[in-house]
Design a protein around this ligand. Structure first.
Ligand SMILES: *Cc1c(COP(=O)(O)O)cnc(C)c1O
Length: 378
């Protein structure tokens, strides 16, 4: 073997070289290092995290656990108590629930199970970036249906399906656009797909389900009786405020769940996350508070953006995506830079091929005010 000290080409699968790493929202610590702004003067409205933090009850439970002599941290985790609680909530059997290290983990396992280079997956333009990543990381092909008003066009998605389609990714509400489809439309879509094709799973990603007003909030887990090829994913990262602990869950037929258990890593949810999730699920008061804060913040930001002459995409999530019209002399990248210089982190959407949009997570009242003040100033 020839020795070459300058370049090392890792012996990886070819397709891996074509992947691009996920671009997360800029951490507060990073902006502080870059611009020398003290951390406490920075607000982050970039990753759809809960501005209230985590449920106080969950926090107390964690503190209690860590203060006890028998914290169990040296032991491998037992997923059963959380699985049991979720299965009871959804009125399903425990063998229909699969946990993940964040729901992202579940999406990734799905890619591994169902996709390869001879198959394809279908998603919508402007849909959550992880659908591309999980598909491409399985050496498979992603087919992207043109969006309708920035949301999923189910007919266009149907047109892209064929005999080799193994996964159809649906985000409802979608991130980063906040668009929402009435549940009946998705139900009818799945029925139509299943009538024509026999070899695919539909992944319904409901990361923002809890932010929907009760009248719009559906429960796709109820459809599992009709659709054994449906996978519903939810997360504790958003309204439950546990993004840093990494935990999500999914509901599906027992046949599908069995496959997930074969492919997932054995301990893909840690002790602290399992406990916090279990407590957070029951903290109705915190959920209500978070929901209200978001609804008020959304209305406040919508009005504020309107006053400043910015269009936005009506959102059903905990974020709002604003349009910086170049024809009106607005430049999203410049606005983003100036926001950063003023200690405000939002999410540019260049990676989503939406270079003229910025996504702003709804923050606390004070954070929303600060964002609008800085935006007005710049
Ligand atoms: C945030 C988000 C998730 C959840 O990610 P986690 O891995 O659970 O933190 C999943 N889907 C969408 C559309 C999201 O925006």
């Amino acid at each position: 073997m020839q020795k070459n000290t300058n370049t090392f080409i890792p012996p990886a699968n070819d397709f891996v070289f074509n992947l691009a790493a996920y671009q997360p929202g800029k951490p507060i610590t990073e902006l502080s290092r870059e611009l020398g702004i003290p951390e406490h003067k920075i607000i982050k409205l970039a990753s759809n995290e809960n501005p209230l933090g985590m449920s106080r009850k969950a926090k107390q439970a964690l503190q209690q656990l860590l203060n006890s002599d028998n914290d169990g941290i040296a032991r491998y985790p037992d997923q059963f108590p959380l699985i049991k609680k979720i299965s009871q909530r959804c009125n399903l059997n425990t063998n229909q629930i699969v946990l993940g290290n964040g729901s992202n983990n579940i999406l990734d396992i799905a890619g591994k199970i169902f996709l390869n280079k001879n198959t394809n997956a279908v998603c919508s333009e402007f849909a959550f970036a992880v659908y591309h990543l999980s598909t491409l990381a399985a050496n498979s092909h992603i087919r992207v249906a043109k969006a309708k008003d920035f949301g999923h066009d189910l007919n266009a998605m149907f047109e892209l399906c064929d005999e080799n389609t193994r996964i159809i990714w649906i985000a409802n509400p979608n991130n980063p656009t906040g668009t929402f489809l009435p549940h009946q439309q998705i139900y009818d879509f799945i029925a139509k797909v299943n009538q024509k094709f026999a070899n695919n799973v539909i992944i319904m990603d409901e990361a923002y389900n809890e932010y929907l007003p009760p009248a719009k909030r559906g429960d796709a887990t109820k459809w599992l009786v009709d659709f054994p090829n449906l996978i519903v994913t939810r997360t504790f990262s958003k309204i439950y405020g546990l993004a840093g602990l990494r935990i999500g869950y999914s509901a599906m037929s027992a046949e599908l769940a069995d496959l997930f258990h074969r492919v997932r890593t054995p301990f893909n949810a840690n002790n602290l996350a399992l406990l916090a999730a279990e407590v957070a699920l029951d903290d109705e008061q915190f959920l209500e508070e978070s929901y209200q804060l978001n609804a008020e913040g959304m209305a406040f930001l919508e009005q504020g953006l309107q006053k400043l002459g910015f269009d936005f995409i009506a959102s059903s999530g905990n974020f709002i995506t604003m349009f910086c019209d170049p024809k009106a002399g607005k430049n999203a990248s410049e606005i983003n830079q100036k926001l950063l210089q003023n200690g405000v982190i939002v999410r540019p959407l260049v990676g989503y091929k939406m270079p003229d949009h910025l996504r702003i997570t709804i923050g606390t009242k004070a954070e929303n005010q600060r964002f609008l003040e800085v935006l007005a100033k710049i």
